[in-house]
Design a binder for this molecule. Structure first.
Ligand code: ZN
Length: 131
């Protein structure tokens, strides 16, 4: 049986499969974030560590998941779209510390949290469409 495969095609596609990841962020989540917010976390140098809610860093700041600098720490995978949803405000310089928890500067601005929820919903929808 002959196949359509031709290895001399003029312009072969090179791709990153959706299930591959860079610095812990899957290509699918990264593409979803870019579609929903315009920002690609892989290109911006973000990393993601999926751990447990009992992670000592997370428990020290009383969080289930968090984003600090370019590091995203996920204690519960349902939080991934919300944490990615913080990236636009961070890139745009809108995140300022307003309290200190266990010696760490923390931003608790509820307006920004609501915006991360909203972006997160859009990111999750994009993620589902890419599936
Ligand atoms: Zn948040």
């Amino acid at each position: 049986m002959k196949t359509a495969f031709n290895n001399e095609v003029a312009s072969p596609i090179q791709r990153q499969a959706m299930n591959e990841s860079v610095n812990g962020i899957s290509n699918r989540w990264s593409a979803a974030c870019e579609q929903a917010t315009g920002y690609n976390p892989q290109s911006l140098g973000y990393s993601m560590n999926i751990t447990s809610p009992n992670d000592s860093y997370l428990t020290s700041i009383g969080a289930r998941s968090a984003i600090q600098g370019s590091s995203i720490t996920i204690g519960h995978t349902a939080d991934i779209p919300h944490e990615l949803g913080h990236i636009p405000d961070r890139v745009e310089g809108k995140v300022k510390a307003d309290t200190v928890i266990a010696g760490q500067a923390v931003c608790t601005d509820q307006t920004l949290e609501a915006r991360a929820d909203s972006y997160g919903d859009a990111i999750k929808s994009a993620y589902d469409r890419l599936g």
